[in-house]
Design a protein around this ligand. Structure first.
Ligand SMILES: [Zn+2]
Length: 432
């Protein structure tokens, strides 16, 4: 069919799918072009094939530890789902290009820290994108407990091997919708967080107050929220969780639903992240029927097509960013403290796998008290969703420290979603 409309141009101007090296060079170029708004970082672990995994943080005064709420965008857990990386990185370009131009975006850069990891699974993506094995989904775990040897992942005999990174997170790990067979497309891995690539996301989320998370996938035209398996029952955050999912789906034209309505899954990103942190996490399944259709479809996914023309995922992502800065959707810890002191929020608990094994989790994030001597830290609630459901409460342990790490004051802070708690760190101020 002829299309007389002038094709919209993606924020980066790209007209073809990126190769792995393009992601790396594009993020580096953005950091160079916008030094006060873009900070590159490397995730904790290299991939199984020893690739560094990079991301960028985007906000105004990015190098200042300023307590802004964090919106994390992820792409390419699954290697063949090329649009998932494109849409992730294009939104970064959009924010940077339109800061100071579009008031919505200016506001987002003022108030949120938006973090992009477009390629969670670089080994698998590279194999797929270079057409070594175009339909590669999983990572390069060829043998449990062993690193792949050079070239092993690309061998055709090993095509079916690998761990499904989106079944390898610890939440409900080992349950329905995941396989115990290394050659299954939904292989859960030898153990929860057996894979460096999923541990990277765990480490990042554990070290930041990620109040909103979107992990991008293809395909099915869905906006999915927890729970991932029907038996878990609705979350205590269902009303706001559904409201945000529905609002985003109204922009991109997808269906907004529980993750289990697609099919039961366990060990997915949000099966861990939502229940561990309370941050509202979504899986977007982009597109109707293809893992990586012709690139022109990516433009449509981004800007919308048909009934969502002019909206699309761009508008959905903007809503997610605006929800991130909405204090009704997260928690605030605020007060006075000595300028330059390091504040730390820490919480230790266990996450239960499907068979009941309790695995240790530690959330540990920091910010620095600004020059004015007062701080406002946008955080996740102190009480995890399952504990909220049982009528219980949990606290953050808040410490005020010298930059050397010496702790001058320790407080227990309990704060619900939508609430703000004041902690004036007078002992710390006196001793700093
Ligand atoms: Zn996927």
């Amino acid at each position: 069919m002829r299309n007389k409309a002038i094709a919209a141009t993606l924020p980066s101007g790209r007209t073809a799918y990126r190769q792995l090296a393009d992601y790396t060079s594009d993020m580096a170029a953005l950091a160079t072009q916008y030094p006060t708004k873009v900070k590159q970082f490397t995730l904790k672990n290299n991939s199984l094939e020893n690739r560094a995994i990079r991301g960028i943080e985007v906000t105004r005064d990015v190098n200042v530890s300023n307590g802004k709420p964090v919106f994390l965008m992820l792409g390419l857990h699954h290697a063949r789902e090329w649009p998932s990386g494109e849409l992730t990185l294009e939104f970064a370009y959009d924010l940077l290009k339109n800061d100071g131009v579009d008031p919505r975006i200016t506001n987002i850069l003022d108030k949120a820290r938006v973090v992009f990891v477009p390629v969670v699974n670089p080994d698998g993506f590279n194999l797929s994108r270079t057409l070594g094995y175009e339909l590669k989904r999983k990572n390069c775990r060829i043998t449990n407990g062993q690193l792949p040897t050079a070239g092993q992942c690309a061998q055709s005999a090993n095509r079916s091997r690998g761990t499904d990174l989106n079944r390898n997170y610890s939440g409900f790990w080992g349950g329905p919708g995941a396989s115990s067979s290394l050659t299954s497309e939904t292989y859960r891995g030898a153990s929860a967080f057996s894979e460096p690539e999923s541990r990277n996301v765990q480490a990042f989320v554990s070290a930041h107050q990620v109040t909103t998370l979107i992990t991008n996938h293809t395909y099915s035209n869905l906006v999915l929220r927890e729970p991932g398996y029907a038996g878990a029952g609705p979350t205590p955050d269902e009303s706001i969780y559904k409201a945000l999912g529905d609002q985003m789906a109204a922009q991109n034209g997808y269906d907004s639903q529980f993750s289990y309505e697609l099919y039961d899954t366990t060990g997915t990103t949000e099966d861990w992240s939502y229940y561990a942190t309370g941050g509202l996490g979504f899986t977007f399944e982009h597109g109707a029927n293809s893992f990586h259709p012709a690139f022109s479809n990516v433009v449509n996914y981004y800007f919308g097509t048909g009934s969502t023309a002019g909206k699309g995922n761009r508008s959905a992502f903007l809503l997610a960013a605006e929800s991130t800065i909405n204090p009704a959707r997260h928690s605030i810890v605020t007060g006075s403290g000595p300028a330059g002191a390091v504040l730390r929020l820490k919480k230790s608990f266990t996450t239960k796998t499907w068979n009941g094994t309790q695995l240790p989790d530690v959330l540990d994030s920091t910010m620095v008290v600004p020059a004015g001597g007062t701080y406002t830290w946008h955080t996740n609630p102190s009480t995890r969703p399952t504990v909220v459901q049982q009528g219980g409460t949990e606290s953050w342990t808040l410490t005020c420290e010298r930059p050397s790490g010496q702790v001058l004051e320790t407080r227990q802070v309990t704060v619900a979603r939508g609430a703000s708690v004041t902690a004036n760190l007078t002992t710390c101020a006196a001793g700093f």
